[in-house]
Design a protein around this ligand. Structure first.
Ligand SMILES: Nc1ncnc2c1ncn2[C@@H]1O[C@H](COP(=O)(O)OP(=O)(O)OP(=O)(O)O)[C@@H](O)[C@H]1O
Length: 602
């Protein structure tokens, strides 16, 4: 590793990606930034002009008793007006930059959310929901603070600082050099402050993320949590994190209150004393009094922006780290950038490929091997041909690799070895849109939106009412949907809480069928439903025979008894395959044992 990179603080390392992200989000609004800079320069010039006019009033009129009233009034008005107009201009630029900040954050949130939607499933294996939510909400909000507080104050203060130092040099460059020589003290104070506060800042951010994560996890698993009487333990865990967060924030504030502010105020006084002392050393002429007045006015204008800039540092640190986290998330490769060209060929290209291969098997798997983590292979050299329109059952012990095979068919992961083809086209070369239209999924836990039945079947695909109803009928969900108080428009509650598990499953089947897939994957879709509902699902699936290729994982073997072929997986390998009767002929075979065990249990 480069020696320099190890010595950099997280905020320093994060600076470049954070800046690049800000520029990307603000791109359409950058002209506002330039305009704000121009106006802020003008405001700084006006501000610098005030003390110069004050000096003229003292040196040319008050001290020599040269009472030229109109000119004196004009100078006085100038002192007041320049200050007033400068604050007005500043305020307008703050409003302008705030607008820019809000729009940038809006863009940023859209960018982050749409990126998250396209991340590969492997990402979600390690992602923690609360932290992800925090990226989209808190971290993007921190970026807004960066724009409004930090950017505005830094810009404004730097411009005022430069203008004031230039005016000081014009008045008395010796004195200006002495002031400049003392200014590095501010840097020292800031450096000390940063060293003291940085660990607390980082810790406070991490703990806030933990608070979000714990909250999200508890809400998602509330029923299990309450059922296992874990409220107190979870409450205690949360209280500990909350308390740690409080202490981290307190440490941050202490560094601010005990070091930064008092040290800067002390420095302010020292500087003022030094300037007065130096003036005291000189033979005082009348002209020096005006310069002294102007200098003292400028001192406040040098110190204040410096304090403002330094005060922004803790916020800057937080915001830069937050922006860098957002940038890292945006750098995560999307699903279509992972080991294939999912979005690659146009629909036309892939449709012609599949048209040329209509005779090919619906699914053709050759020498497929896959591991989630290097070294622990889950599927070993799997080869399988599934004819179009057939009904295939996949069975096997827990952990034998059934869901993994389905996940590969769904392109959630990419296999390290071997190939999967749909109608002759390699999986990776099918355009995403087309792939999702061709392959439907009914998951084990039907995921329902807190929306109406109609919206849950449609899932934003813009299907016609007729298509939605046809799918619901095919899944035998139409009758119970009609029995709901508002029919297809009935809100189903969060996660479909108004429906029974079986009804949710039928709705999930309707959703999959509504896309008119050529291949339908069922991941233990009947495991939660009673035998009567299972019969209904079975009838629905039987009606698809010949038209749709159905691949169903089943624990309950009665579901796939009538399948054209049953694949028995064992430790990631195909151990047996054939129709039910054929498999039952294999003495002491895995399928026979599984089936007999279930018969016994029934
Ligand atoms: N996302 C994952 N990351 C790492 N390992 C995983 C992941 N999902 C599954 N595995 C591992 O892969 C192996 C096969 O799991 P898989 O879920 O495919 O089995 P299964 O046959 O579907 O089991 P079940 O019937 O219990 O659902 C298991 O050893 C499991 O621990």
């Amino acid at each position: 590793m480069h020696p320099e990179s190890t010595s950099k603080t997280p905020a320093a390392q994060a600076f470049r990606p954070a800046l690049a992200l800000l520029q990307r989000a603000a791109q359409p609004d950058l002209h506002h930034l330039w305009r704000a800079i121009i106006w802020l320069v003008l405001a700084a010039l006006l501000e610098v002009l005030g003390p110069i006019m004050g000096k003229a009033l003292i040196d040319e009129h008050l001290l020599p008793h040269h009472l030229d009233w109109p000119r004196m009034a004009a100078l006085l008005a100038g002192v007041v007006l320049t200050g007033w107009i400068a604050s007005g201009l500043r305020y307008l630029q703050l409003v302008r930059l705030s607008g820019l900040a809000m729009r940038s954050v809006m863009r940023l949130r859209e960018m982050v959310y749409s990126h998250v939607l396209q991340l590969p499933m492997a990402y979600f294996d390690r992602a923690i929901t609360g932290q992800l939510v925090s990226r989209v909400t808190n971290d993007t909000e921190a970026v807004k603070t960066l724009y409004i507080q930090v950017l505005f104050v830094m810009l404004d203060s730097s411009i005022v600082l430069i203008g004031t130092v230039a005016a000081m040099a014009w008045l008395d460059w010796h004195l200006m050099l002495i002031v400049l020589a003392l200014l590095p003290m501010v840097l020292l104070i800031v450096w000390l402050y940063q060293r003291w506060s940085a660990p607390a800042v980082t810790r406070a951010r991490a703990l806030r993320s933990d608070i979000n994560a714990q909250m999200a996890e508890s809400i998602a698993g509330m029923s299990v949590l309450q059922a296992s009487n874990a409220e107190r333990r979870f409450g205690q865990r949360f209280a500990r994190t909350n308390q740690d967060h409080y202490h981290a924030r307190l440490a941050e504030l202490r560094a601010n209150a005990w070091l930064l502010r008092p040290a800067l105020d002390l420095f302010n006084i020292i500087l003022l004393a030094a300037v007065i002392f130096l003036f005291g050393q000189r033979p005082m002429t009348a002209a020096e009094v005006g310069v002294l007045y102007a200098f003292i006015s400028y001192l406040a204008r040098v110190i204040e922006p410096l304090i403002q800039i330094t005060m922004q540092f803790s916020q800057l640190q937080q915001s830069v780290v937050a922006s860098a986290r957002v940038a890292t998330l945006l750098d995560e490769a999307r699903a279509d950038e992972h080991g294939g060209d999912h979005a690659g060929p146009s629909s036309a290209a892939s449709s012609s490929a599949s048209a040329a291969a209509t005779d090919a098997a619906a699914v053709s798997i050759e020498h497929l091997s896959f591991a989630y983590h290097p070294g622990s292979t889950v599927l070993h050299d799997l080869s399988l041909q599934i004819a179009s329109g057939s009904y295939i059952g996949i069975v096997g012990h827990t952990g034998s690799g059934k869901s993994t095979l389905l996940a590969l068919l769904l392109r959630y992961y990419t296999a390290q070895q071997g190939s999967i083809r749909l109608y002759g086209t390699p999986l990776a070369s099918i355009a995403n849109q087309r792939f999702r239209a061709e392959v439907g999924l009914v998951p084990q836990d039907p995921f329902l939106l807190a929306a109406s039945a109609r919206e849950n079947i449609d899932m934003g695909r813009g299907l016609s009412d007729a298509a939605i109803e046809a799918a619901a009928r095919a899944a035998h969900a139409h009758d119970f949907i009609c029995a709901l108080d508002q029919g297809y428009d009935s809100p189903l509650g969060e996660g479909g809480s108004r429906l029974s598990v079986g009804q949710k499953q039928l709705l999930a089947i309707a959703r999959a069928l509504a896309g008119q897939p050529r291949i339908l994957l069922l991941d233990e879709a009947t495991s939660h439903i009673d035998s009567q509902t299972e019969q209904i699902v079975q009838t629905a699936l039987d009606a698809l025979r010949g038209r749709v290729t159905v691949i169903a994982i089943a624990h309950r073997l009665s579901t796939i008894r009538d399948a054209d072929r049953i694949i028995v997986l064992n430790h990631g390998r195909i151990a047996e395959q054939g129709a039910h009767e054929q498999l039952m002929q294999i003495n002491d075979g895995i399928y026979q044992r599984l089936y007999l065990l279930q018969q016994l249990a029934a």
